[in-house]
Design a binder for this molecule. Structure first.
Ligand SMILES: C[S@@+](CC[C@H](N)C(=O)[O-])C[C@H]1O[C@@H](n2cnc3c(N)ncnc32)[C@H](O)[C@@H]1O
Length: 278
Protein backbone atom coordinates (compact mmCIF):
# COMPACT_ATOMS: atom_id res chain seq x y z
CA UNK A 1 0.00 0.00 0.00
CA UNK A 2 1.52 3.32 -0.99
CA UNK A 3 0.85 6.72 0.58
CA UNK A 4 -1.44 7.88 -2.22
CA UNK A 5 -3.66 4.80 -2.12
CA UNK A 6 -3.80 4.87 1.70
CA UNK A 7 -5.08 8.42 1.44
CA UNK A 8 -7.68 7.43 -1.14
CA UNK A 9 -8.83 4.42 0.89
CA UNK A 10 -9.16 6.50 4.05
CA UNK A 11 -11.10 9.18 2.17
CA UNK A 12 -13.50 6.58 0.75
CA UNK A 13 -14.08 4.94 4.15
CA UNK A 14 -14.85 8.29 5.81
CA UNK A 15 -16.99 9.41 2.89
CA UNK A 16 -19.10 6.24 3.02
CA UNK A 17 -19.67 6.85 6.74
CA UNK A 18 -20.75 10.46 5.97
CA UNK A 19 -17.91 11.95 8.04
CA UNK A 20 -17.55 15.65 7.16
CA UNK A 21 -14.58 16.78 5.00
CA UNK A 22 -13.45 13.17 4.33
CA UNK A 23 -10.42 14.02 2.18
CA UNK A 24 -9.07 16.64 4.58
CA UNK A 25 -9.70 14.39 7.58
CA UNK A 26 -7.92 11.46 5.93
CA UNK A 27 -4.98 13.74 5.10
CA UNK A 28 -4.72 15.00 8.67
CA UNK A 29 -4.90 11.47 10.10
CA UNK A 30 -2.37 10.11 7.60
CA UNK A 31 0.03 12.98 8.34
CA UNK A 32 -0.38 12.25 12.05
CA UNK A 33 0.37 8.55 11.49
CA UNK A 34 3.45 9.39 9.41
CA UNK A 35 4.62 12.27 11.65
CA UNK A 36 4.84 14.34 8.48
CA UNK A 37 3.10 17.42 7.07
CA UNK A 38 0.76 17.57 4.08
CA UNK A 39 3.44 18.47 1.54
CA UNK A 40 5.12 15.13 2.30
CA UNK A 41 2.00 13.18 1.35
CA UNK A 42 1.90 14.80 -2.07
CA UNK A 43 5.66 14.64 -2.70
CA UNK A 44 5.87 10.96 -1.65
CA UNK A 45 2.59 9.56 -2.97
CA UNK A 46 4.34 6.54 -4.54
CA UNK A 47 6.29 5.61 -1.39
CA UNK A 48 5.36 2.44 0.47
CA UNK A 49 3.49 3.26 3.71
CA UNK A 50 5.60 1.93 6.61
CA UNK A 51 3.78 -0.84 8.52
CA UNK A 52 3.72 1.15 11.77
CA UNK A 53 2.13 4.14 10.07
CA UNK A 54 -0.44 1.86 8.44
CA UNK A 55 -1.42 0.40 11.82
CA UNK A 56 -1.73 3.84 13.42
CA UNK A 57 -3.64 5.24 10.45
CA UNK A 58 -6.12 2.36 10.63
CA UNK A 59 -6.67 3.00 14.32
CA UNK A 60 -7.17 6.73 13.79
CA UNK A 61 -9.70 6.10 11.01
CA UNK A 62 -11.55 3.68 13.26
CA UNK A 63 -11.63 6.23 16.10
CA UNK A 64 -12.93 8.92 13.74
CA UNK A 65 -15.64 6.55 12.48
CA UNK A 66 -16.71 6.08 16.10
CA UNK A 67 -17.24 9.85 16.35
CA UNK A 68 -14.02 10.92 18.10
CA UNK A 69 -13.18 14.45 16.90
CA UNK A 70 -10.05 14.64 14.74
CA UNK A 71 -8.48 17.09 17.24
CA UNK A 72 -8.72 14.52 20.05
CA UNK A 73 -6.95 12.01 17.80
CA UNK A 74 -4.12 14.33 16.76
CA UNK A 75 -4.18 16.22 20.12
CA UNK A 76 -3.87 19.49 18.25
CA UNK A 77 -5.98 22.52 17.47
CA UNK A 78 -4.93 25.84 16.05
CA UNK A 79 -6.20 28.93 17.83
CA UNK A 80 -5.26 32.55 17.13
CA UNK A 81 -2.33 31.38 14.98
CA UNK A 82 -0.82 28.98 17.50
CA UNK A 83 -1.01 25.26 17.99
CA UNK A 84 -2.64 24.12 21.24
CA UNK A 85 -2.47 20.63 22.68
CA UNK A 86 -5.97 19.30 23.42
CA UNK A 87 -7.41 16.13 24.90
CA UNK A 88 -10.80 14.92 26.10
CA UNK A 89 -10.49 16.97 29.31
CA UNK A 90 -10.77 20.28 27.46
CA UNK A 91 -13.14 21.87 25.00
CA UNK A 92 -11.64 22.08 21.51
CA UNK A 93 -11.09 25.84 21.12
CA UNK A 94 -13.43 27.25 18.46
CA UNK A 95 -12.58 29.93 15.88
CA UNK A 96 -15.54 32.05 17.12
CA UNK A 97 -13.76 32.45 20.45
CA UNK A 98 -11.03 34.41 18.67
CA UNK A 99 -13.51 37.33 18.73
CA UNK A 100 -13.21 37.40 22.51
CA UNK A 101 -9.41 37.52 22.23
CA UNK A 102 -9.63 40.33 19.63
CA UNK A 103 -12.00 42.32 21.83
CA UNK A 104 -9.76 41.88 24.88
CA UNK A 105 -6.65 42.91 22.94
CA UNK A 106 -8.41 46.01 21.62
CA UNK A 107 -9.30 46.99 25.19
CA UNK A 108 -5.78 46.36 26.55
CA UNK A 109 -3.95 48.30 23.84
CA UNK A 110 -2.01 51.25 25.21
CA UNK A 111 -3.14 50.66 28.79
CA UNK A 112 -0.81 50.35 31.80
CA UNK A 113 -0.59 47.45 34.21
CA UNK A 114 -3.93 45.64 34.60
CA UNK A 115 -5.06 42.46 36.31
CA UNK A 116 -6.56 40.19 33.65
CA UNK A 117 -8.35 36.98 34.62
CA UNK A 118 -9.76 34.27 32.30
CA UNK A 119 -12.36 32.11 34.08
CA UNK A 120 -12.96 28.59 32.70
CA UNK A 121 -9.72 28.54 30.76
CA UNK A 122 -9.91 24.93 29.47
CA UNK A 123 -6.90 24.47 27.17
CA UNK A 124 -5.76 27.98 28.10
CA UNK A 125 -6.48 29.21 24.57
CA UNK A 126 -7.87 32.64 25.55
CA UNK A 127 -5.49 33.39 28.42
CA UNK A 128 -2.38 32.26 26.53
CA UNK A 129 -3.32 34.14 23.34
CA UNK A 130 -4.08 37.35 25.24
CA UNK A 131 -0.89 37.06 27.31
CA UNK A 132 1.37 36.49 24.32
CA UNK A 133 -0.28 39.03 22.02
CA UNK A 134 -0.46 41.76 24.64
CA UNK A 135 2.85 40.92 26.35
CA UNK A 136 1.07 41.03 29.73
CA UNK A 137 0.77 38.51 32.54
CA UNK A 138 -2.67 36.87 32.70
CA UNK A 139 -4.34 34.84 35.45
CA UNK A 140 -6.57 31.93 34.51
CA UNK A 141 -8.69 29.41 36.38
CA UNK A 142 -10.82 26.34 35.85
CA UNK A 143 -12.80 24.00 38.04
CA UNK A 144 -11.24 20.99 36.29
CA UNK A 145 -7.73 20.09 37.41
CA UNK A 146 -7.41 17.83 34.34
CA UNK A 147 -8.08 20.85 32.12
CA UNK A 148 -5.55 22.92 34.07
CA UNK A 149 -2.88 20.28 33.39
CA UNK A 150 -3.51 20.68 29.66
CA UNK A 151 -3.48 24.48 29.95
CA UNK A 152 -0.20 24.37 31.80
CA UNK A 153 1.38 22.20 29.10
CA UNK A 154 0.27 24.78 26.54
CA UNK A 155 1.64 27.59 28.69
CA UNK A 156 5.01 25.84 28.80
CA UNK A 157 5.21 24.94 25.13
CA UNK A 158 4.09 28.40 23.98
CA UNK A 159 6.08 30.29 26.61
CA UNK A 160 3.17 32.39 27.87
CA UNK A 161 3.17 34.49 31.07
CA UNK A 162 0.01 32.89 32.50
CA UNK A 163 -0.60 31.66 36.07
CA UNK A 164 -3.30 29.08 36.60
CA UNK A 165 -5.35 28.19 39.65
CA UNK A 166 -8.20 25.80 40.38
CA UNK A 167 -11.46 27.37 41.51
CA UNK A 168 -15.21 27.18 41.19
CA UNK A 169 -15.70 30.37 39.14
CA UNK A 170 -14.48 33.34 41.23
CA UNK A 171 -14.33 31.55 44.56
CA UNK A 172 -11.31 32.73 46.58
CA UNK A 173 -10.54 35.74 44.34
CA UNK A 174 -9.82 38.87 46.39
CA UNK A 175 -12.60 41.51 46.30
CA UNK A 176 -12.32 44.18 43.62
CA UNK A 177 -8.89 43.19 42.27
CA UNK A 178 -9.69 42.34 38.62
CA UNK A 179 -9.47 45.01 35.89
CA UNK A 180 -10.51 42.77 33.00
CA UNK A 181 -12.49 39.57 33.44
CA UNK A 182 -12.68 37.24 30.44
CA UNK A 183 -14.74 34.10 30.11
CA UNK A 184 -16.11 31.66 27.60
CA UNK A 185 -18.31 29.81 30.09
CA UNK A 186 -20.43 26.72 29.53
CA UNK A 187 -23.71 27.97 28.06
CA UNK A 188 -25.58 25.11 26.38
CA UNK A 189 -29.04 24.42 27.89
CA UNK A 190 -29.21 20.81 29.10
CA UNK A 191 -32.22 20.15 26.88
CA UNK A 192 -30.20 20.93 23.73
CA UNK A 193 -27.96 17.87 24.20
CA UNK A 194 -30.11 15.71 21.93
CA UNK A 195 -29.74 18.17 19.02
CA UNK A 196 -25.98 18.56 19.31
CA UNK A 197 -23.49 17.00 16.94
CA UNK A 198 -22.60 13.53 18.18
CA UNK A 199 -18.88 14.45 18.23
CA UNK A 200 -19.56 17.26 20.69
CA UNK A 201 -22.14 15.51 22.89
CA UNK A 202 -20.29 12.24 23.22
CA UNK A 203 -16.69 13.45 23.36
CA UNK A 204 -16.30 16.96 24.70
CA UNK A 205 -16.40 17.42 28.50
CA UNK A 206 -19.94 18.12 29.70
CA UNK A 207 -18.60 20.46 32.38
CA UNK A 208 -17.36 22.65 29.53
CA UNK A 209 -20.66 22.62 27.64
CA UNK A 210 -23.78 22.55 29.77
CA UNK A 211 -25.17 25.21 32.11
CA UNK A 212 -28.43 23.93 33.58
CA UNK A 213 -31.84 23.92 31.91
CA UNK A 214 -31.69 27.54 30.78
CA UNK A 215 -28.04 27.65 29.68
CA UNK A 216 -27.73 30.76 31.90
CA UNK A 217 -26.80 29.14 35.21
CA UNK A 218 -23.05 29.69 34.90
CA UNK A 219 -23.48 33.25 33.57
CA UNK A 220 -25.69 33.96 36.59
CA UNK A 221 -23.17 32.63 39.13
CA UNK A 222 -20.22 34.13 37.26
CA UNK A 223 -21.80 37.61 37.28
CA UNK A 224 -22.63 37.37 40.99
CA UNK A 225 -18.93 36.60 41.60
CA UNK A 226 -17.74 39.21 39.11
CA UNK A 227 -19.64 41.96 40.93
CA UNK A 228 -17.38 41.19 43.92
CA UNK A 229 -14.11 40.41 42.10
CA UNK A 230 -14.02 43.14 39.44
CA UNK A 231 -12.91 46.67 40.37
CA UNK A 232 -15.64 49.29 40.05
CA UNK A 233 -15.08 50.64 36.54
CA UNK A 234 -13.43 47.33 35.53
CA UNK A 235 -14.48 45.51 32.37
CA UNK A 236 -16.11 42.14 31.74
CA UNK A 237 -15.99 40.28 28.40
CA UNK A 238 -17.85 37.01 27.88
CA UNK A 239 -18.59 34.79 24.93
CA UNK A 240 -22.30 34.46 24.20
CA UNK A 241 -24.06 31.22 23.46
CA UNK A 242 -26.61 30.79 20.73
CA UNK A 243 -29.72 32.59 22.02
CA UNK A 244 -28.18 33.70 25.33
CA UNK A 245 -27.99 37.44 24.56
CA UNK A 246 -31.39 38.43 26.01
CA UNK A 247 -30.89 36.42 29.21
CA UNK A 248 -27.35 37.73 29.75
CA UNK A 249 -28.46 41.33 29.16
CA UNK A 250 -31.08 40.86 31.85
CA UNK A 251 -28.48 39.52 34.29
CA UNK A 252 -26.24 42.52 33.59
CA UNK A 253 -28.97 45.12 33.96
CA UNK A 254 -28.65 45.87 37.68
CA UNK A 255 -24.89 46.45 38.10
CA UNK A 256 -23.25 46.83 34.69
CA UNK A 257 -23.07 49.76 32.28
CA UNK A 258 -21.57 50.49 28.80
CA UNK A 259 -22.91 47.19 27.48
CA UNK A 260 -21.68 46.35 23.97
CA UNK A 261 -22.18 43.32 21.78
CA UNK A 262 -19.70 42.09 19.14
CA UNK A 263 -21.05 39.87 16.36
CA UNK A 264 -19.14 37.04 14.73
CA UNK A 265 -18.48 36.63 11.01
CA UNK A 266 -21.84 34.93 10.57
CA UNK A 267 -23.57 37.92 12.20
CA UNK A 268 -24.44 36.17 15.50
CA UNK A 269 -23.96 38.11 18.74
CA UNK A 270 -20.80 36.45 20.05
CA UNK A 271 -19.16 38.62 22.72
CA UNK A 272 -20.76 40.85 25.32
CA UNK A 273 -18.74 43.48 27.15
CA UNK A 274 -19.75 45.55 30.16
CA UNK A 275 -18.28 47.85 32.83
CA UNK A 276 -18.98 47.37 36.53
CA UNK A 277 -20.84 50.45 37.73
CA UNK A 278 -18.97 52.31 40.48
C1 LIG B 1 -16.79 26.48 27.08
S1 LIG B 1 -15.37 25.88 27.93
C2 LIG B 1 -14.18 27.13 27.47
C3 LIG B 1 -12.75 26.64 27.45
C4 LIG B 1 -11.77 27.68 26.88
N1 LIG B 1 -11.80 28.91 27.64
C5 LIG B 1 -12.07 27.96 25.43
O1 LIG B 1 -12.64 29.04 25.15
O2 LIG B 1 -11.75 27.12 24.57
C6 LIG B 1 -15.78 26.26 29.60
C7 LIG B 1 -14.73 25.94 30.65
O3 LIG B 1 -15.25 26.31 31.92
C8 LIG B 1 -14.89 25.35 32.88
N2 LIG B 1 -15.89 25.39 33.97
C9 LIG B 1 -17.13 24.85 34.00
N3 LIG B 1 -17.72 25.11 35.18
C10 LIG B 1 -16.84 25.86 35.89
C11 LIG B 1 -16.87 26.42 37.19
N4 LIG B 1 -17.94 26.29 37.98
N5 LIG B 1 -15.78 27.09 37.62
C12 LIG B 1 -14.69 27.24 36.82
N6 LIG B 1 -14.60 26.72 35.58
C13 LIG B 1 -15.66 26.04 35.12
C14 LIG B 1 -14.86 24.04 32.13
O4 LIG B 1 -14.05 23.09 32.79
C15 LIG B 1 -14.33 24.49 30.77
O5 LIG B 1 -12.92 24.38 30.72
Amino acid sequence: MNVQSALQQGTDILDRAAVGAPRLTAEVLLCHALHRDRTYIYAHGEDELPERAWIHYGRYLDERLKGKPTQYITHRQEFYGREFMVNEHVLIPRPETEHLVETALGHLKGKGELTVLDVGTGSGAIAISVAIESGRPVLASDISSDALRVADRNRQSLGAPVSFFAADLLEGVRPHCVDLLLSNPPYVPGGDAANMQREVREWEPHVALFAGDSGLEIYDRLLAGAEQAVKPGGRLMMELGYQSLAGVRELLAARWTDIDVVSDLAGWPRVITATLAP
